[in-house]
Ligand binder design. Structure first.
Ligand SMILES: Nc1ncnc2c1ncn2[C@@H]1O[C@H](COP(=O)(O)OP(=O)(O)OP(=O)(O)O)[C@@H](O)[C@H]1O
Length: 268
């Protein structure tokens, strides 16, 4: 059996969208998006509501195709390999590229311990009790939750606070050892203290997993990300990237006046 846990093994991977377009039926919502999300860095996707950030994020781990009317064009390269290539399995992309959603979604009646391990069944990996214990502790520690739950691992995940539930969901994502973690507004349902805890967790995690985060919070994008992409959908046009670059450049010296206006809160 493959060792379940190799704490010293860091698999940093880059993700790249190449000329990604997306449709719902005949409504085109993204137009030829090119974006490199560098290995071991945090990439923030920002932009007004409806400009296609979440759609782009869902394309990155093949969730977009779950919507019956949805289609797409372009490529998504994980370390240079197209996740949409015919020989690549859907489950492979979902294992390599995890997702944390806006609303924390642990299995509420399942124990904290079992919540962390919930994804393992999907990947078909088997583990003994000791191995599971090590994995649960490791993932909860990485998600910044271990000290708060170590004495109540058998209690239901639904009994945790919203912020703790979100960190539990991060731990659950980490248990299958993804190469990339996608986060779709992970703090929007949380209070400021829980938000800061998640942001600290993101800082810690980027040492071992590439992170892509959608956020409406400009301060958060500036605090957590290394790279930033500004999406916009103008006057019924499909969403596209207006500007991308280092977060410092996008926030402090944007080239496009629309970026300047957006990051300074002038619209959206
Ligand atoms: N399941 C769906 N069916 C049809 N249209 C959809 C669906 N999901 C999103 N859309 C449309 O696609 C466009 C992009 O939506 P998307 O949610 O990706 O934008 P967003 O930038 O993430 O918005 P927000 O910041 O509000 O979450 C919008 O016009 C939206 O109405």
């Amino acid at each position: 059996m493959t060792a379940l846990l190799e704490p010293e093994t860091v698999q940093l991977a880059s993700l790249e969208g190449r000329s990604v377009s997306a449709w719902f039926g005949d409504h085109k919502v993204l137009d030829r998006v090119d974006l490199v999300m560098p290995a071991g860095q945090v990439t923030a996707l920002i932009g007004p509501s409806g400009c296609g950030k979440s759609t782009f994020l869902r394309i990155l781990n093949r969730m977009h195709e779950l919507v019956p009317s949805a289609s797409l064009a372009g490529e998504v390269l994980l370390d240079g390999e197209d996740i949409y290539a015919p020989q690549r399995r859907l489950t492979e992309a979902r294992r390599d590229i995890g997702m944390v959603f806006q609303k924390p979604n642990p299995f509420p009646a399942m124990s904290i311990y079992d919540n962390v391990l919930a994804g393992l069944k999907l990947t078909g990996r088997k583990a003994g009790r000791d191995e599971k214990d090590v994995l649960v502790e490791s993932c909860l520690s990485k998600a910044g939750l271990w000290n708060e739950v170590r004495t109540r691992l058998r209690q239901p995940g639904g009994g945790l606070s919203g912020g703790q539930q979100q960190r539990l969901c991060i731990a659950r994502s980490l248990a299958v050892q993804p190469k990339v973690l996608l986060m779709d507004e992970p703090c929007s349902a949380l209070d400021p203290t829980s938000t800061r805890r998640i942001e600290e967790t993101i800082h810690e995690l980027k040492r071992e997993v590439t992170i892509v985060i959608v956020t409406h919070n400009m301060q958060q994008a500036a605090r957590v990300s290394d790279v930033c992409a500004f999406f916009l959908a103008e006057q019924g046009q499909p969403g596209h990237i207006v500007e991308q670059g280092s977060t410092q450049q996008v926030f402090e010296a944007p080239e496009d006046p629309r970026t300047f206006d957006y990051v300074n809160g002038r619209f959206g």
